[in-house]
Design a binder for this molecule. Structure first.
Ligand SMILES: C[S@@+](CC[C@H](N)C(=O)[O-])C[C@H]1O[C@@H](n2cnc3c(N)ncnc32)[C@H](O)[C@@H]1O
Length: 304
């Protein structure tokens, strides 16, 4: 008889729910390190490590350290080596906004090491217009180890916090007048509130599925408040999902394509609640990727 999974404690003292804790006892698998040529080139360019074996040892060491912080399956899968942000069809739009919309801000929410933010910058998105954010600063710090940077040498700015905490981001606050530098205001205040309606692009991946259904709706509402009303603004990413007739039995909730779309459709009401312009969604692409409403990755259970 298999033992019932028990919660565990993370390096910051918080409780790791039973499902994640059960994953931590499974040894990491170095054979999952299999970077494609463009991934290898990116990591060599960013780290300055040109020797394949040395790079592999370096990446796997950071993976082990990160897995101690919190045992996310995406860390187990070395998803951070996959240049995920650049694989979305909408990525060219992202880079175009960076080139053509003055001051366009890219927010990478749940950024972990910051690998996706760094990829966008490597591809030309202005670094001064990128804000990375995560609940755990330890992951961002490990990103410096991974990419051999320091807070002084890395041009991308980071703000730590829980997206659900109203101290960190209060979607009910009156939207501040446009500030010339919303990212600096976020850094100074240690919050995301100055970014309300200022983010031209929000990338959030492997993120929604961490939470229950109610929290995912709250998250969608929060992203909608962060998103600029300017046509062409976009939110994109991919998350664990199930087919319409499935449930996957995890503690968190996996949307199906139907419930996912219904959640984003329901945001028109959320706009009323937050007092924003009901028409604000018109012309704005919300969660774009392969369809208007974005990509929901249907993946085998345990993959995320
Ligand atoms: C599964 S990882 C995904 C990392 C990356 N986006 C990717 O696609 O590989 C989820 C990230 O979300 C962060 N996170 C979890 N809960 C959060 C919260 N409430 N607010 C902000 N970030 C959170 C975690 O610390 C972690 O770095």
């Amino acid at each position: 008889m298999s033992a019932t999974p028990q919660p565990a404690t993370a390096s910051d003292g918080t409780t790791i729910p039973a499902w994640y804790a059960s994953q931590r006892s499974v040894p990491l698998d170095p054979s999952l390190y299999a970077p494609a040529p463009d991934e290898l080139a990116f990591y060599k360019g960013q780290t300055g490590i040109t020797d394949d074996d040395e790079l592999k040892a370096h990446v796997l060491k950071v993976q082990r350290d990160a897995y101690e912080v919190w045992p996310y399956p995406c860390i187990r899968r070395l998803a951070f080596t996959k240049l995920k942000i650049s694989r979305f069809p909408v990525y060219e739009e992202v880079l175009k906004l960076g080139r053509e919309r003055e001051g366009a801000i890219l927010l990478d929410l749940g950024c972990c090491f910051g690998n996706d933010a760094r990829k966008a910058v490597a591809d030309g998105f202005p670094a001064s217009q990128v804000l990375a954010s995560d609940l755990r600063g330890d992951f961002w710090a490990l990103g410096h180890t991974l990419f051999k940077s320091t807070p002084e040498t890395c041009p991308i700015r980071f703000v730590q916090g829980d997206i659900f905490s109203s101290a960190f981001f209060n979607p009910h606050l009156t939207i501040a007048p446009p500030s010339s530098d919303a990212i600096s205001a976020c850094i100074q205040s240690g919050s995301l509130s100055p970014l309300a309606k200022r983010a031209s692009i929000i990338h959030a991946s492997a993120f929604f599925h961490l939470f229950d259904e109610r929290a995912q709706l709250a998250l969608a509402r929060r992203l909608n408040v962060l998103l600029s009303n300017e046509p062409g603004s976009l939110i994109f990413g991919s998350h664990r999902g199930v087919r319409d007739d499935e449930r996957d039995g995890r503690e968190s909730f996996a949307h199906s394509p139907t419930t996912w779309r219904a959640m984003w459709d329901s945001l028109r009401d959320a706009d009323v609640t937050y007092g924003n312009d009901l028409a604000s969604l018109a012309g704005i692409t919300v969660l774009t990727s392969t369809s208007k409403w974005g990509s929901l990755s249907i993946v085998p259970d345990n993959d995320f």
